[in-house]
Design a protein around this ligand. Structure first.
Ligand SMILES: [Fe+2]
Length: 233
């Protein structure tokens, strides 16, 4: 190789590197903005369907991030956790209103159709670049730690950690929240039920982690979601 073929660093090199890094930063910001827009758009879709889940989902995201941080999840997993907590029930958009709003108990066929909502959510979200992992986490948010859940009857740590977290906080928030047709359970009773199903329905590590701060943070989480504990209980 002759001397004139050896690339010589020019004075312009640091400038082009800086431009490249600026460009990457801009692309990352655009990607984050697009991600937030998608989450907001889907949340609005849930509101249009009047699924009354908006505040519930916001609280789940608050609880979820706290559990995820306590468990030492990486930043990318925390981002998936936020999406999965906010949009875990997006598949309910595909469930007929007659089933979603049925005041009484669902019969076997209706329940089988209702259970499809986790697959519907996965089918939609997996088509969005960057949401593939969160789509899988949503697919498995009704798995049970003992393998008796759906849709894949995964057990233990076969279930993605984000799905195990969403499962626990979703159950807890549903228990303590009031609905038009029923009053929410007292905090102590919700805790008793979580502990009762710890190791069967729920991951015991997630339950223990969640309960280590749940009572102390109830007011903060409800306030962050724009509600108060007294309005939900
Ligand atoms: Fe669900």
């Amino acid at each position: 190789m002759s001397n004139h073929q050896i690339p010589v660093p020019s004075e312009g090199f640091p400038v082009s590197a800086a431009l490249e890094s600026l460009r990457i930063k801009q692309l990352e910001e655009q990607s984050a903005a697009l991600r937030n827009s998608v989450i907001c758009a889907f949340n609005q879709l849930l509101d249009l369907k009047d699924l009354n889940t908006g505040v519930h989902s916001t609280r789940l995201a608050e609880w979820g991030m706290r559990v995820g941080q306590e468990l030492g999840l990486e930043e990318s997993e925390l981002q998936n956790l936020e999406v999965a907590a906010l949009l875990h029930d997006i598949g309910k958009v595909g469930i007929p209103d007659a089933i979603l709003r049925k005041p009484g108990r669902l019969d076997a066929d209706e329940y089988a159709l209702m259970k499809k909502h986790s697959e519907y959510g996965w089918a939609v979200l997996r088509m969005l670049p960057g949401f593939e992992r969160a789509a899988l986490d949503i697919l498995h948010h009704h798995e049970s730690f003992d393998g008796k859940g759906y849709p894949a009857a995964l057990r233990g740590t076969e279930i993605p950690v984000v799905s195990r977290i969403v499962c626990v906080i979703d159950a807890f928030d549903a228990m303590v929240s009031s609905r038009p047709y029923r009053k929410g359970l007292p905090y102590e009773e919700a805790v008793r039920r979580l502990n009762e199903s710890s190791g069967t329905q729920f991951d015991p590590v997630v339950v223990r982690t969640f309960l280590s701060f749940a009572q102390a943070e109830m007011s903060t989480v409800f306030a962050a979601a724009g509600t108060s504990v007294s309005s939900a209980l």
